[in-house]
Design a protein around this ligand. Structure first.
Ligand code: AMP
Length: 582
């Protein structure tokens, strides 16, 4: 790590914007060869791994031999190998060099966290992808000097019983010595001290991020988080604690809500009584109407708001736009704990229409075509990165330098175009099929469209859906979809009943509609949950070691996810059944 760290520091600090663009253009031009080279590099580096040896590659590194010998796998297939690593077997199992760190994936989809091997090569790909996104962003929205108000939180680090360090992927990135150099080079140094980012309590951390942001308000040139959820969460919290923040600034003391000694010490170095600033912030806050334009009002030099804003994060865009006013919202990159995939090189495009260009040097990619033939979903043989077709949907398969070979990520994407010969993709959804009872097939994306359409009725009443999820209820025959909503304000039964029927009607999948018509699927049910229910879900995941930075509300709760289901069910205050197909 030390040697690698020094090398990385040089790479990061000496990076030249034009060179990064040139490199990107040349790599995407020659994507097919770059992919072959990437595969070769990965296979050569890990030739001694037991897993690869057992598959009979015998030193071959070409894509054809690779595909012939190595099977497509899911996490479940690799779990026995990963468990041995986690239990302290340091022999070359999946990689040539032993794995000493693992990332805990958020596990929000299945309710079960996964251990993903982590190594320095993955950090290097992180820097690569950040660099690429940064240079394109900086061309459109230049930042000369400044700081970032970054709502980032590290998760707790733990040691497995085998002595392997486990943290979330974002934590593994933040704690790498190269991270600070990278943020500095990208003019995205956090306004908050490290103690705030690495605080064991995210509520305290968030309060201090806000306080630091206000202290350095003139210097804040961008506001960011890994996922948009954390941005909205932060400003919703601001609405509740702003007077306390103003008090702290006026008096130069830190609220008692921050108890952790290391944060108190770090913050005390920054805090000085500043009645002038306190008065200014107070005046600005009371002058806002329903907090519209809060971000530019508080941070006059902010150029943009940055974070992953596509996929399940799209729901938060409306609220974020409300806070951001005219300040542009930029979606950042596309990746997973398993590895980075693609960069946003057209930052001016609104997140709803954003695409990401796959970087051919960061992993070896394959794409499983997802097709419907005669109403049945069929999976065809995977194709290579440069052989995907515009307009088609695929599941991503990746081979990374940290021991995942032909690993099915479970994300569905659509190919929108090409940048030179590298595909430009749009994220579709986490798993292609999510809500299904019989012949119906609705994805995370379909659910989002349905929620968006029906919540317009709430918007007319000046209310909004704070968060949502879904569940398949099979306790009665026929089974039916249940959608859980937490809303702001108090909507009338009549409005909610209309929303419920609209939710049902907005699932337009032919299998769903026909099943609803013949009562093969029961009426959709909207269950309203108490305020703060989704906060409880977030806290449940944080308790499991998920970093708030990586949190994603599960959009469909599997029956095995008993704790989340219990939280939801205990907090239902009303329920409505749709009359769409009566
Ligand atoms: P994690 O399991 O915490 O590593 O989260 C990774 C998952 O987050 C990916 O597999 C995607 O489903 C989702 N994700 C990451 N980046 C994006 C993006 N740019 N747009 C939509 N979803 C994303």
């Amino acid at each position: 790590m030390v040697e690698g760290g020094v090398k990385m520091k040089e790479i990061i600090e000496k990076f030249d914007l034009e060179k990064v663009i040139e490199e990107f253009e040349s790599l995407t031009q020659d994507a097919e060869n770059v992919q072959k080279e990437t595969l070769k590099r990965i296979l050569e580096g890990n030739a001694s791994a037991e897993y690869l040896q057992s598959l009979g590659l015998n030193g071959r590194t070409d894509p054809e031999s690779f595909k012939a010998c190595v099977p497509l796998v899911t996490y479940k297939d690799l779990e026995p190998y990963i468990n041995r690593i986690v239990d302290g077997d340091f022999s070359p199992i999946l990689t040539g060099k032993p794995i000493t760190d693992v990332s805990l994936s958020s596990g929000t989809s299945q309710g079960k966290q996964k251990y993903i091997p982590w190594n320095d090569e993955l950090f290097e790909t992180t820097v690569k992808i950040y660099q690429t996104s940064f240079v394109f962003r900086n061309k459109e929205f230049p930042i000369q000097n400044g700081k970032a108000l970054s709502f980032i939180y590290s998760s707790k680090l733990s040691q497995t019983k085998g002595g392997v360090t486990a943290g979330t992927a974002t934590t593994n990135v933040f704690r790498n010595p190269g991270f600070k150099h990278a943020m500095n080079a990208f003019k995205s140094d956090s306004v908050s001290p490290d103690e705030v980012i690495f605080s064991p309590d995210f509520h305290q951390s968030l309060y201090c991020h806000l306080l630091c942001g206000l202290f350095f308000r003139e210097e804040v040139s961008l506001i960011s988080s890994t996922f948009a959820h954390s941005l909205v969460y932060a400003f919703r919290t601001f609405e509740q604690v702003w007077e306390e923040l103003v008090f702290d600034i006026r008096e130069g003391v830190l609220s008692n809500r921050v108890t952790h000694p290391s944060i108190r010490t770090a913050m005390s170095k920054l805090l000085k009584p500043n009645p002038e600033l306190a008065n200014l912030i107070h005046k600005k806050c009371i002058g806002l109407s329903d907090w519209y334009g809060l971000i530019p009002e508080l941070f006059p030099n902010v150029k943009y708001v940055l974070g992953i804003m596509t996929g399940s994060m799209e729901h938060y865009l409306k609220k974020l736009r409300h806070y951001a006013g005219e300040v542009p919202l930029l979606t950042s990159e596309y990746g997973a704990s398993e590895g980075w995939i693609a960069s946003n090189v057209n930052p001016k495009v609104a997140p709803e229409f954003a695409t990401y260009v796959v970087l051919p040097q960061i992993a070896y990619f394959e794409f499983i075509p997802l097709k419907q033939l005669d109403g049945t979903k069929v999976e065809l043989e995977p194709v290579g990165l440069t052989h995907v077709k515009i307009g088609e949907d695929y599941e991503i398969v990746l081979t990374n330098p940290a021991g995942l070979y032909r690993y099915r990520l479970g994300d569905a994407v659509k190919v929108i175009g090409f940048h030179k010969s590298a595909p430009e993709i749009k994220f579709l959804c986490r798993s292609n099929l999510m809500l299904t009872i019989n012949i119906d097939k609705n994805t995370e994306n379909d659910l989002q469209i349905s929620v968006e359409t029906s919540s317009k009725m709430l918007a007319e009443e000046k209310m909004e859906v704070i968060d949502y999820t879904s569940y398949i209820d099979l306790s009665n025959d026929p089974g039916h979809y249940v959608i859980f909503w937490e809303i702001s304000g108090e909507a009338s039964d009549a409005v909610l009943y209309e929303c419920c029927t609209c939710l049902d009607k907005s699932f337009v999948d032919a299998g769903y509609v026909s099943s609803r018509k013949v009562k093969g699927i029961g009426a959709l049910e909207l269950r309203l949950v108490r305020k703060g229910t989704f906060q409880k879900i977030l806290e449940h995941y944080v308790g499991l070691g998920v970093a708030v930075s990586q949190f994603k509300t599960p959009r469909c709760v599997a029956p095995t996810n008993t704790k989340v289901l219990q939280i939801l069910l205990e907090n239902v205050v009303e329920n409505y059944f749709s009359s769409a197909y009566n």
